[in-house]
Design a protein around this ligand. Structure first.
Ligand code: HEM
Length: 387
């Protein structure tokens, strides 16, 4: 059947967009807030439309791929028991128990960079922090950190290329790591460590054990959810504080202000760019006609910079209404890992601001931006004073 709809409105993989994603999204939000592209289907840039899409679970389905993805790729009612299983891992009580270990990891990394110049924050802090926390939280061996780092990078490349075959192969590789890990635990019998991985292995849904492929999928989505977003957040936060020394000094003096500052800095430039949905029926967004089966991509970075909700969005402001901040999403798929993410970022900022001296961008070493689907930086060089 011929598609008579207008040709594409933009190209998300053009050099202009990849090199200047935030400015390009700002431009699209003004000029063409619901825009069609070959690569992403419909992209939704305004806050109200993003919210409308992610909270209308009937019209916009999460089943966007033929591959099963737990819980991201599920709709109700299938999604509900998996969410119910996952949420208890991120309660306040769990976070309080994990905080000391998180603090040790943050302090060690902060001590290693204090007083040094030309530190590539991404390689020396952001990625190691995300990987070490992920392994510590799930009880995984340190030897898995490097394979996970490489895996996350390759996953990113394949997603940008839109290479479905490579993405499937990379997902398979992750599955192999996890199958081996689960196998080792089964062999340990009663000596198996008590941690979230073991707990998930023992969990049931409707009285039935969870199939191995679902356990792997849950763990894969935690890993994908954590590594890229936390590493990107660390880079974005440090760049902002390096560029705004007075805010850096304020937070050093009063660490209780860190949580609000983190949410506001990541509102200005978010670590997660998009998520996908599929239309289950016709819908209208900004007078654009979405047809049944169309792909719909919500752009979180753009939504959080919508001047209708956050006037002068580039400005850091205390006291903004952070309940409108879509950093962790909204609706049924709102980020279950948000308490862990908040803990990680707060604890790392506290450790850095307390252990390291003031930090500033390294002169003559411009940061290298990350490319979609990642956000933030590939390289970010900072100079740290002695504390
Ligand atoms: C700064 C860090 C993070 C940000 C900005 C972030 C953001 C988000 C957003 C916006 C969503 C909603 C996606 C959608 O509606 O399609 C989401 C979902 C999800 N996130 Fe996070 N996330 C972060 C950290 C984490 C962590 C630490 C974990 C787990 C350890 C995690 C696991 C997940 C999972 C499993 C989902 C899917 C939930 C579902 O489909 O019900 N995220 N995240």
């Amino acid at each position: 059947m011929t598609d008579h709809r207008p040709t594409y409105d933009w190209n998300p993989r053009s050099d202009t967009v990849l090199d200047n994603p935030v400015a390009s999204f700002d431009d699209m939000r003004q000029r063409c807030p619901v825009a069609r592209s070959k690569y992403m289907g419909w992209s939704v840039f305004r806050h109200e439309d993003v919210l409308a899409v992610v909270t209308d679970h009937e019209t916009f389905s999460n089943q966007v791929s033929k591959h099963r993805s737990v819980p991201n790729g599920m709709d109700q009612p299938e999604h509900t028991p998996y969410r119910t299983l996952i949420e208890p891992f991120f309660t306040d009580q769990r976070m309080a128990l994990f905080e000391p270990e998180c603090r040790d990891i943050a302090a060690e990394l902060a001590r290693a960079i204090a007083g040094r110049k030309q530190v590539d924050i991404v390689a020396e802090l952001a990625e190691p922090f995300a990987l070490q926390i992920q392994c510590a939280f799930l009880g995984w061996p340190d030897s898995l950190q490097e394979p996970l780092r490489e895996w996350a990078h390759e996953n990113h490349e394949a997603t940008l290329a839109g290479d479905r075959e490579a993405m499937a192969e990379i997902a398979q590789r992750f599955s192999r790591y996890i199958h081996e890990l689960l196998e080792t635990r089964r062999e340990q019998g009663n000596w198996v460590p008590e941690d979230p991985t073991t707990e998930i292995m023992r969990s049931t849904i409707d009285g039935q054990p969870i199939p191995e492929k679902d356990i792997v999928s849950i763990l894969r989505n935690w890993t994908v959810g954590e590594i890229g977003t936390i590493a990107a957040s660390v880079g974005l936060l440090l760049k902002f504080l390096a560029d705004h020394p007075s805010l850096q000094a304020t937070l050093r003096e009063d660490v209780d202000l860190i949580p609000e500052a983190v949410d506001e800095i990541l509102r200005i430039h978010g670590p997660l760019v998009t998520n996908r949905r599929k239309a289950t029926g016709p819908a209208t967004l900004q007078s654009r006609q979405i047809e049944t089966g169309d792909r719909v991509t919500v752009n979180w970075i753009s939504a959080n910079r919508d001047e209708g909700v956050f006037p002068q969005p580039d400005q850091f402001r205390w006291g903004r209404d952070q309940s409108q901040n879509l950093l962790y999403g909204a609706g049924l798929h709102v980020c279950p890992g948000a308490p862990l993410a908040r803990l990680e970022l707060r604890v790392l900022m506290e450790a850095l601001l307390q252990i390291s001296g003031a930090f500033a961008p390294t002169p003559d070493k411009a940061p290298v931006n990350a490319y979609y689907p990642a956000s933030g930086y590939q390289h970010l060089w900072l100079d740290f004073d002695e504390s």
